[in-house]
Design a protein around this ligand. Structure first.
Ligand SMILES: Cc1cc2nc3c(=O)[nH]c(=O)nc-3n(C[C@H](O)[C@H](O)[C@H](O)COP(=O)(O)OP(=O)(O)OC[C@H]3O[C@@H](n4cnc5c(N)ncnc54)[C@H](O)[C@@H]3O)c2cc1C
Length: 412
């Protein structure tokens, strides 16, 4: 039996839902509604306009890299995985290349190539795309969508309107309101994959602004001095705190700890996680006649080295060979566990991903269909699913989109 399936939201989740739905049953009529004048507006800005579209890692790793309900995605990834995403783009004339940490990008280094590939597939399949079409209301009783220009009757509806971060791209949370009206629970929304705000004066006076550290180890501590989470990746100091992959990845854990403690939290940076204290000490004798900053500059950029020396209370004219054991200890502690007081994260406008969304408890994990409203499906960031940066969020959007589209074909 022929069905009319409407999809609200033309991001990666909505586009892939349209493709899998129409591919599975070409007789169905598919309408993809998008408020922007183009599809994939946010997608265009991803990965620094290069689109880190997925990650070439194992299934276990994929789930582990999605701290926000990644385990809910096991059966989704059984049906459409990161390897299927790679295969999809390769077989549609858009080869991908792998960079560090398994991150996959189009070989063109242009996110537009990803969007064009999805769009061409949608057009070739005969999906009806309606751009500049904002949905204002879902009249579920009469099975019709009320758009600003037109009313769309439907048999089945897929909601792929995204989260609430980077709202200028069109993701303003409309789908969360629709889902709530239809009886769904929306878990608390929060900015995640977002930079961290520090309290220290040396941060706010710009002493470290712009300094990047590669492959550091960033640890979040509890108020009982227990390790909460350690992330190994890159970091950059800013005028408000720290940004880059390591702080972004730590942000959802920092948020939880801030709520738990109701006070600022401690993070420490091991600037040289692969170099032991013994190795540093062994290397010290070559610098006995030099100033401490000259020694430390071997391990960290000179501006940071100068700050570490001053935070260790060493006088500028002291030589390395004259440092007391206590002074040495202070300096090396700073190098291996540089402390920062984190008083918050930046807001939703700076976040890469929205934490929270439609509760996954009310969604069938094998089909993405609502457990409360038959013929209603969800996919992408509108769900309470959030991953680390590294291609995991687009992966979750494409995979849930694929599964929602596929199962939306079931008999009405
Ligand atoms: C700057 C930035 C860079 C990022 N880089 C990466 C990256 O490299 N790799 C990665 O994996 N993730 C990245 N992300 C996250 C990723 O972009 C999102 O997780 C992903 O786009 C979510 O896809 P989606 O289809 O669920 O939602 P979206 O991409 O947000 O799409 C939702 C669409 O729905 C439309 N819409 C909303 N309401 C309505 C309505 N009422 N009527 C009609 N249309 C509506 C919106 O206009 C929008 O186009 C990045 C995010 C940002 C902000």
């Amino acid at each position: 039996m022929k069905k009319t399936i409407c999809i609200i939201g033309g991001g990666p989740a909505g586009m892939m839902a349209a493709i899998s739905s129409k591919t599975a049953n070409p007789d169905n009529e598919i309408h993809l509604l998008e408020k922007n004048p183009l599809l994939g507006r946010k997608l265009r800005a991803t990965g620094g306009n290069r689109c880190n579209v997925t990650n070439n890692c194992s299934r276990e790793e994929l789930v582990a890299q999605i701290p926000g309900n990644g385990r809910f995605l096991y059966s989704v990834f059984d049906q459409f995985s990161n390897q299927d995403i790679i295969q999809f783009f390769e077989s549609h004339g858009c080869p991908l290349k792998e960079e560090d940490h398994g991150r996959m990008f189009p070989t063109t280094d242009r996110s537009q190539t990803i969007i064009e590939t999805l769009k061409k597939t949608i057009d070739d399949l005969g999906v009806h795309t309606h751009l500049e079409t904002t949905v204002h209301q879902i009249d579920w009783k009469n099975k019709r969508i009320v758009g600003d220009k037109q009313v769309f009757p439907f048999d089945t509806l897929i909601l792929t309107t995204g989260g609430v971060c980077a709202q200028h791209t069109g993701s303003t949370g409309d789908g969360l309101k629709f889902a709530k009206t239809l009886g769904h629970t929306i878990t608390e929304l929060f900015p995640t994959e977002v930079p961290l705000v520090a309290s220290e004066n040396f941060i706010h006076d710009g002493s470290l602004q712009g300094i990047s550290l590669s492959d550091i180890s960033l640890t979040l501590w509890s108020d009982k001095h227990k390790k909460v989470k350690t992330i190994r990746y890159d970091l950059v100091f800013t005028h408000f705190g720290i940004s880059g992959p390591a702080p972004l990845r730590l942000s959802s854990f920092v948020r939880k700890q801030l709520i738990k403690q109701q006070a600022p939290v401690l993070v420490t940076i091991d600037c040289i996680p692969d170099i032991s204290l013994d190795t540093i000490m062994a290397n010290r004798k070559d610098f006995n006649e030099k100033q401490p900053a000259t020694w430390i500059k071997q391990y960290v950029p000179s501006r940071l080295a100068a700050l570490l020396v001053s935070l260790a209370d060493l006088s500028a004219d002291q030589k390395v060979g004259q440092l007391s054991p206590a002074q040495l200890d202070r300096l090396l502690q700073l190098l291996k566990a540089f402390p920062l007081t984190i008083r918050g994260t930046q807001g939703m406008e700076r976040a890469f991903v929205t934490g929270g969304g439609i509760s996954i408890k009310e969604v069938q994990p094998k089909t993405m269909e609502s457990k409360l409203v038959p013929e209603l499906y969800f996919a992408g960031e509108v769900l309470d699913i959030y991953g680390f940066t590294g291609g995991f969020n687009i992966t979750a959007a494409l995979a849930t989109g694929y599964v929602a589209g596929l199962h939306s074909n079931k008999k009405a």
